[in-house]
Design a binder for this molecule. Structure first.
Ligand code: C5P
Length: 398
């Protein structure tokens, strides 16, 4: 992840969800970001600066008037250091102050002075959010380029349900990485990724599927987003969280995936087929549930599914995956040539820490001439980045 050395200024304001900012800070710090937390006066009633200090390993700013803090010498130093300013949670009050250019504490001064992108994750009572004055402030800030993420609908501090809850941390995290990666090496590129297994119906209850978790394809989609690409993720059914800032097209069958891929690749620069597409499907799906007591043995007639990679052709880079249990490299080299691919990613699904369901993978990337680059075991996100390095250099040559 191109995060090392980047600075996130995390503004925390007075909301009951302020404690969640600690989780965000911990995640960003773990990823290698420098996180500088700035508390407003009321935020300190809800969350502890000490927690943030320990989680980020950085000084935390709680006032403009403290002589011993690192930033008090020049109160705009933070605004210059920021690669992004994220206000999470953002109260109605901070939104109003920012919309009107008020600069009476460290957070408002920082936002007013910064040239970095500003992301706002609102959290407040639903009536406060719906109030026209808040909506006018939000519109004003959006017009000035502020990026809003959330709020979400859900249970509020008052106990009632409504729109005003701090949105999922995964979404705030994803949008922040997307904003930071806007000028990455894949900026302006359209990348289509497929992920997960397909489900081929036998009857309304049963289907033929496989053990693909979707983790590899989702990691590629996130990594491409974080490098500036516009990503379309064509996904079979999975339990992986949908990445923020990515266009997700949900499909079930190989036939649906084919249609979605053909549509999405009309203006694509690259197609990465990480999905485990079923190779066979029942020739005829029963319209009603097949009953056990009415049958002796059951024989299903299977037919081939369309080969999506074979059909998806055009002026874009085509990348396949070869999940194999034997003769991994030989099979992959054969496949890359047979399908006319630019790259194929081969892995042995029987190897420990590799293949379906795991968070790690051990792959070999093979190019169109059959030249192989063997990678050590690493996280699926790191594999995704390595693959995107190769795609990025192929795109530069195009
Ligand atoms: O030949 P094999 O099925 O092993 O090829 C795997 C590659 O082909 C993967 O990238 C997979 O997504 C893709 N594929 C496809 N359509 C199918 C089956 C596999 O595009 N029906």
């Amino acid at each position: 992840m191109a995060t090392k050395g980047k600075t996130i200024v995390l503004g925390i304001t007075g909301s009951i969800s302020a404690y969640k900012a600690a989780d965000l800070a911990a995640r960003f710090t773990k990823d290698g970001f420098r996180v500088d937390a700035v508390f407003t006066e009321s935020a300190m009633k809800f969350a502890s600066p000490m927690t943030l200090r320990n989680l980020t390993g950085r000084p935390v700013v709680t006032t403009m008037w403290e002589l011993s803090t690192e930033f008090s010498v020049e109160h705009v130093a933070l605004s210059e250091a920021a690669d992004v300013v994220l206000v999470a949670p953002a109260s109605a009050n901070i939104i109003a102050r920012l919309a009107n250019g008020i600069a009476d504490d460290m957070l408002t001064c920082t936002v007013l002075a910064t040239k970095a992108p500003v992301i706002i994750a609102p959290a407040m009572n639903d009536n406060m959010w719906a109030n026209q004055v808040t909506q006018d402030n939000v519109a004003k800030l959006k017009k000035r380029g502020f990026i809003f993420v959330g709020p979400a609908y859900g249970r509020l501090a008052s106990g009632k349900m409504g729109l005003g809850r701090l949105t999922e941390l995964d979404e705030i995290y994803g949008v922040t990485l997307q904003v930071l990666g806007k000028k990455g090496d894949l900026a302006g590129k359209n990348i289509v990724v497929t992920a997960g297994g397909t489900q081929e119906p036998v009857d309304p209850v049963r289907c033929l599927t496989n053990r693909s978790s979707g983790k590899m394809g989702y990691a590629i989609a996130e990594a491409a987003r974080n490098r500036g690409a516009a990503v379309t993720l064509v996904s079979g059914p999975t339990s992986v969280t949908k990445p923020a800032g990515v266009k997700v097209v949900d499909v079930k069958t190989a036939e649906e995936m084919l249609k979605a891929v053909l549509d999405a690749t009309k203006k694509a620069d690259a197609l990465i087929m990480a999905a485990a597409v079923a190779d066979f499907r029942p020739a005829r799906a029963s319209g009603s549930k097949i009953k056990r007591r009415e049958l002796g043995d059951l024989t299903l007639k299977l037919e081939k599914t369309p080969d999506i990679l074979e059909q998806a052709r055009g002026n874009f880079i085509r990348v396949g995956f070869a999940a194999e249990s034997d003769n991994v490299i030989a099979n992959a080299v054969d496949k890359v040539k047979r399908k006319g691919l630019d790259l194929i990613v081969a892995n042995n699904i029987t190897e420990k820490g590799s293949g379906f369901g795991t968070d790690t993978n051990r792959v070999t990337i093979i190019d169109s001439k059959g030249k192989a680059e063997e990678l050590p075991i690493m996280s699926k996100y790191e594999v995704a980045d390595k693959l995107l390095d190769r795609i990025s250099s192929l795109l530069k040559k195009k």
